[in-house]
Design a protein around this ligand. Structure first.
Ligand SMILES: Nc1ncnc2c1ncn2[C@@H]1O[C@H](COP(=O)(O)OP(=O)(O)OP(=O)(O)O)[C@@H](O)[C@H]1O
Length: 264
């Protein structure tokens, strides 16, 4: 279970640019739940993921993951517990390393570094099997550099990487936003499969209202650093994309800019 209690994040405290990105967030997420997170630009979505990943330490409040208080633990100390896939396909892997080198690094996340096991034939075979399950033919390209892959291929490999260290929590930060619609759909289906098979507790930030309702079992809307909507179960099943957009409009109290959300 993940629990956020009274989480506040203030950036640039005491400067003219001071910004309270999260205000007294209270959120409990059951183990294995898949939560979609929506909200307009600057609502605090990425900050929320950052608080869970450890790269944003809260100004106040408590974060627990699996009953362990991680509030003051930096990213490296949570690396074996929390995996993250970013919007930019170049962000979560190293382009200059080969696919298998990236996989080896991902598998070592959260473990004591130093004497890393060499990439022996057993490990190669294991990586090959995992990559073959993507059905993208990448199992024959394990020695290719990551930066030779398309954005969609890279996101697919990033999802495999996210599962290698045995993390229970998966954070997805608009991880399909930079892909063309066909590839975005492929990566979403893969995401759903990975989350279900591995029973991962997942938070997915998305600007797509369709994705927010089609995937996962709960939807949370942030606005101005606060949770303004939290739906699951029957009331979520009854929700249509149009209803969500209407709620968005009401909460914002103004007309939405076209780039603030995607209807599809
Ligand atoms: N490192 C930082 N320093 C100062 N302000 C920041 C920092 N990171 C985020 N902010 C501010 O905090 C607020 C919340 O930002 P955040 O990136 O969490 O929003 P978001 O909902 O993810 O937005 P978007 O959809 O545009 O990515 C914004 O006003 C943003 O400008």
């Amino acid at each position: 279970m993940i629990s956020l209690s009274d989480i506040q994040v203030v950036f640039g405290r005491g400067t003219p640019l001071q910004k309270q990105a999260l205000k007294k967030i209270e959120l409990t997420i059951e183990t294995g739940s898949f939560v979609t997170v929506i909200g307009s630009n600057g609502a605090g979505k990425s900050t929320l993921l950052g608080v869970l990943a450890g790269d944003v330490l809260p100004t106040a409040g408590r974060v627990t993951i699996g009953n362990v208080d991680v509030s003051r633990k930096p990213t490296a100390a949570r690396a074996g517990q929390v995996a993250r896939v970013f919007q930019d396909p170049l962000a979560g892997s190293c382009g200059a390393l080969t696919i298998e080198e990236n996989l080896a690094l991902a598998a070592a996340r959260g473990k004591v570094r130093g004497l890393m096991p060499a990439l022996g034939s057993k490990r190669r075979e294991f990586f090959k099997e995992r990559i073959a399950s993507l059905n993208l033919g990448l199992e024959n390209r394990l020695k290719d550099r990551m930066d030779l892959l398309s954005g969609g291929q890279r996101q697919a490999v990033s999802l495999v990487m996210a599962t290698l260290a045995g993390s229970d929590v998966l954070l997805l930060d608009e991880h399909t936003a930079a892909l063309d619609p066909g590839m975005a759909e492929f990566v979403m289906q893969l995401t759903d499969q990975v989350v279900t098979e591995r029973k991962l507790t997942t938070l997915m930030v998305t600007h797509s209202m369709r994705q927010a309702l089609d995937y996962g079992d709960r939807t949370v809307m942030l606005h101005g650093g606060e949770i303004v909507l939290d739906v699951s179960g029957g009331s979520r099943k009854d929700l249509q994309v149009e209803d969500l957009i209407e709620m968005f409009r009401k909460i914002r109290g103004q007309k939405l800019d076209d780039d603030e959300l995607l209807i599809g």
